[in-house]
Design a protein around this ligand. Structure first.
Ligand code: ADP
Ligand code: MG
Length: 584
């Protein structure tokens, strides 16, 4: 079974241990240092006693003073080191979880992304992982040190009087039963609080991603309500968790006081019958007192863990989403690499089991080299063809082959390194123009970049921008015009030296002059590369070597412009109406 399949059924603490394991020795060191501070603290009164006795005997106290000072300083130093090591380890656990989660999210399969809220996934990486910090320090260390002290105290109690120990344990058991009811409620409330943080992340992402539209629509008050509602839900659930945590803490306190009273009563009776001496009872009562701190610590650790378990559960869910196998991107094809051939054979596909089919048996062949244009009304399934070639999705039946080899037999990185893909509405990532261009080929040299800038007519833009290629083009490229964004996307794809170039309405926003220039560039590229274009301009389509006409998830006809104008009524209509003709 894969990691993803088992993740859902593993208890959360197993995942926590996965993240903690690499740091177990530092964590232990931190815990030991903290224990040492506590122990050293216990020595202080003894030294102070010596000091006072020396004073009363009129002896020189410089030696004892020095010891005391040294002890105090050492204690502080060890304490500081201990809490630093613990906190540092906890941060490392958070780092490990964040790294694992970020890597995993990058590998998510696109259908999983389609079904997720990016803002919620973001919250899992940022907010939920943060909660592991307290779990590591407070819960794990608390459980360890508290548990040890508890065990030692219980052993001492057993030595003093097993009967009174039985009485004490009975009271603790009753409290344990009550805690057993309370603790799951803390978990549930914490989980809902964290889910609400996820909802808030999703709402924020939605609003900030479209703030211009929100403002233009005057929708701020309604969006504000949504955001506030998510924040308030998180507050409500956190308060609920706080209520149950408080109840748990005080149940533990109450239990200890009840234990004290019960031991007093039962112990008193045992003293009266002569079963034990008064000294034994006093000693035992002292131990009941000693028990209080570690029990509070253990109960605190358990309640604290509930928050962490809720966060761990959300992290596990993200790690259970379907992902592509971990693999490094393959090197790009050499400049001399042969162009790719492509074929679709009876491909049937739908985006989800409960959605209608988008491809009902799509079949076409594209030889190596040359330009193939896909035309058809919107919704025909053209973009889906490209998504299937990139293996963002897999068809339900039928075969897609590149170079005569089924896509399923390709290693994913190698397949994708062969392809340059300009999406419909291709995004520009926030960052420098250069970073955007080099996204698909970080090794491209300056000459190549300059050449591609020229062929995509971006050289003017690069010269005009204040810092040239280093200019930050802003979040989602909002500082670029639609046409500039498209040309950046085309340049990015060309820099990958693809053996197969996919252009999805990639020049739809260009003006006539730029469009004509890009058409020449693409025609040029098609001499050495296989080019597929989804186009709606007659000018682009007429220069194609072959045209695939799609309608409602089927290929209606394949041919040249001349053949199709007379041979296919839909194509003739598209060519004649505004759909294809406006660009002319
Ligand atoms: P075209 O590019 O020809 O306009 P598409 O391939 O984008 O058409 O879409 C074909 C059909 O698939 C449309 O009905 C569209 O609503 C649907 N579709 C596209 N992408 C998705 C998706 N990610 N999830 C569900 N349905 C989708
Ligand atoms: Mg499309």
């Amino acid at each position: 079974m894969s990691n993803a399949e088992t993740a859902g059924i593993r208890p959360p603490w197993r995942l926590l241990l996965d993240y903690v394991r690499p740091h177990r020795w530092t964590l232990l060191a931190g815990a030991v240092l903290s224990l040492v501070t506590g122990a050293t603290g216990l020595l202080l009164p003894l030294v102070a006693r010596g000091l006072i006795e020396d004073l009363s005997h009129d002896r020189a106290i410089s030696g004892a003073l020095l010891t005391l000072t040294g002890l105090v300083v050492a204690n502080a130093a060890v304490g500081a080191l201990g809490s630093y090591v613990l906190r540092r380890t906890a941060e490392s656990v958070v780092l490990g979880a964040r790294r694992a989660l970020s890597s995993y999210l990058l590998r998510l399969r696109i259908p999983a992304v389609d079904r997720s809220e990016p803002g919620d996934l973001m919250a899992r990486v940022t907010s939920d992982t943060t909660l592991l910090r307290e779990v590591t320090t407070d819960s794990l260390v608390g459980l360890g040190t508290g548990g040890l002290t508890l065990a030692a105290t219980v052993v001492m109690m057993a030595l003093v009087d097993p009967v009174l120990l039985g009485v004490t344990l009975a009271v603790i058991l009753v409290a344990g039963a009550i805690l057993g009811v309370i603790v799951p409620r803390i978990n549930r409330a914490s989980r809902q609080a964290q889910d609400a943080v996820g909802v808030m992340g999703a709402s924020l992402e939605r609003v900030l991603g479209a703030l211009r539209t929100v403002k233009a629509s005057g929708a701020e008050p309604r969006e504000e309500e949504t955001l506030h509602a998510a924040a308030e839900e998180s507050w409500r659930q956190s308060v609920r968790a706080a209520k149950w945590s408080a109840a748990a803490g005080n149940t533990a306190g109450l239990a200890m006081q009840s234990a004290f009273i019960t031991v007093l009563a039962v112990g008193g009776a045992r003293v009266a019958t002569g079963a034990i001496g008064v000294g034994t009872l006093v000693a035992f009562l002292l131990y009941v007192f000693y028990l209080m701190a570690p029990i509070q610590q253990v109960v605190g650790a358990i309640t604290q863990y509930q928050t962490g378990a809720a966060a761990l559960g959300r992290i596990q869910e993200a790690l259970a989403l379907p992902a592509e196998p971990a693999a490094r991107p393959a090197p790009l094809p050499s400049p001399a690499a042969e162009p790719a051939s492509l074929s679709f054979t009876d491909v049937r596909f739908r985006y989800a089991d409960d959605l209608p089919y988008v491809h009902h048996g799509v079949t076409f062949d594209v030889p190596a080299r040359g330009m193939t244009a896909f035309v058809g009304p919107s919704g025909a399934g053209k973009t889906t063809v490209f998504s299937l070639i990139e293996r963002f999705y897999d068809p339900e039946s039928g075969t897609i082959s590149l170079d005569g080899r089924a896509l399923a037999d390709w290693e994913l990185p190698l397949l994708r390194s062969s392809i340059g893909y300009v999406e419909q509405d291709a995004p520009v990532l926030s960052g420098s123009l250069r970073a955007n261009l080099l996204l698909g080929n970080p090794e491209a040299d300056d000459d190549t970049v300059r050449r591609v800038l020229k062929t995509t007519r971006l050289d003017g833009l690069a010269d005009r921008l204040p810092q040239g290629l280093e200019t930050r083009v802003g979040h989602r490229g909002t500082k670029l015009s639609g046409g500039e964004r498209q040309r950046v996307a085309i340049a990015r794809a060309l820099l990958r030296r693809p053996r197969l170039l996919l252009l999805d309405e990639a020049t739809s926003q260009l003006d006539a002059v730029n469009e004509a220039a890009l058409r020449d560039t693409v025609a040029d590229v098609a001499r050495t590369t296989t080019v597929l274009v989804v186009a709606h301009r007659l000018s682009t389509v007429t220069t194609a070597d072959r045209i695939v006409v799609m309608d409602s998830g089927r290929v209606r006809a394949v041919g040249t412009h001349r053949e199709l104008v007379t041979g296919d009524p839909l194509y003739a209509e598209l060519a004649a109406t505004q759909f294809l003709a406006t660009a002319e």
